[in-house]
Write a protein that binds this ligand. Structure first.
Ligand SMILES: [Zn+2]
Length: 372
């Protein structure tokens, strides 16, 4: 895959980098990358990978451009409302760089089509906001041995990790099952528009590093980003020998569609608002950890609750005693489920999730508590 004169000119700033040079640029030209989800994360990832000369770029999304997407999905503009994202995105990327081949997949990723789709690509970027799809992508990447760069965003926070087959922990090792914290639908949860710009660009960076072989991939590490505190944190992750898909005795050996309802992972206790209320009435004093943002916590919280926003939890987990059986609390139970999973990974035996979060508490126990 040698470079044409116009390519040499276009990628001059890459060719000048000793670490990339002509060899790296030729590798980029030969690379085939699939971006699942042409939304907030997929937009910057696709733009930068197309600009960088990634030779074949697949854009998979069955959705159409909506006015409320334009606050963050920079692949589209106001003239493209109502168009299929995959098709509209292909036009924009081809205009940006006619040297690369853009393939539009205007469909939903399912267990039934994942093999055929992934067979056409060397590397997968997960920018989806659907929990079921996230697990399907991970499992398919493990089974079909495709590297995966996974990112997720929620409100002001995001996380990122890279999976390399046979070398590192997979997404399911870190988040064994369910938990809708970071994958809550943006339309419901709200998201700072620039946040996916940061995470999607980091995904493109990881992809370019994997393709060209430069640098150190984000494997064995979960990177978290808290935009409000402007803080990145790292959380070490190891391959789980008991992982359902990449472990020593996997139970998932074929990609499969997951039920979309949130599943409580093994080891996490479910606590309803009524059960927690009863516990507190009995005089028990479990460690209550509220993982919401500052403003949410300030508006109203449970008496005695400790406040650690989810984005800062990795640095503070060591302070939580393994036997303290903490109860994690957020607005509606999603972020706290994520917190439970992080706690499990940190060796806390029996974390509990307040189901339905403070919203459920306000609805069924104490209507005077303000929930943002
Ligand atoms: Zn795994």
């Amino acid at each position: 895959m040698s470079l044409s004169d116009s390519e040499r000119e276009r990628y001059r700033r890459h060719l000048t980098l000793g670490e990339i040079g002509a060899t790296g640029q030729e590798r980029l030209k030969a690379a085939r990358v699939l971006i699942v989800g042409a939304g907030g994360l997929g937009s910057p990832a696709a733009l930068y990978l197309a600009a960088a000369g990634c030779g074949t770029l697949g854009l998979l999304d069955d959705d159409r451009v909506d006015l409320s997407n334009l606050q963050r999905q920079v692949l589209f503009d106001s003239a493209h409302l109502g168009e299929l994202k995959a098709e509209s995105g292909r036009e924009r990327l081809s205009a940006l760089n006619p040297e690369v081949r853009i393939i539009a997949h205007a469909l939903e990723l399912r267990a039934a089509n994942v093999r055929e789709l992934f067979a056409q690509y060397d590397l997968v970027l997960d920018g989806t906001d659907r929990l079921a799809t996230r697990y399907l992508i991970n499992d398919a990447c493990v089974i079909l041995r495709r590297p995966l760069v996974s990112a997720a965003i929620h409100r002001f926070e995001g996380h990122l990790m890279t999976y390399v087959p046979g070398q590192s922990a997979c997404y399911r090792c870190v988040f064994p099952q369910g938990g809708d914290g970071m994958v809550a639908n943006c339309a419901e949860a709200g998201v700072l528009g620039v946040l996916p710009g940061v995470l999607g660009t980091l995904q493109a960076t990881e992809a370019i590093k994997l393709i060209t072989g430069v640098g150190e991939p984000l494997t064995g590490r979960l990177l978290t980003y808290d935009a409000l505190a402007m803080r990145f944190a790292e959380f070490r992750v190891k391959r789980r020998r008991d992982c359902a898909v990449c472990g020593d005795a996997p139970t998932i050996t074929e990609p499969r569609d997951m039920a979309t309802q949130a599943v409580t992972p093994e080891g996490v206790r479910r606590l309803t608002a009524a059960e927690l209320h009863e516990l507190l009435q009995r005089g028990e004093r479990p460690l209550l950890v509220d993982v919401r943002e500052d403003a949410e916590f300030a508006a109203g919280h449970l008496p005695g609750a400790v406040h650690i926003p989810l984005g800062q939890l990795p640095q503070h987990l060591a302070e939580i005693k393994p036997q303290s059986d903490p109860v994690f609390i957020c607005r509606s139970g999603g972020r706290s489920m994520m917190a439970c999973q992080l706690a499990l990974r940190a060796g806390i035996r029996s974390p509990a999730n307040l189901e339905g979060g403070m919203s459920a508490w306000a609805a069924s126990i104490d209507p005077s508590v303000r929930v943002l």
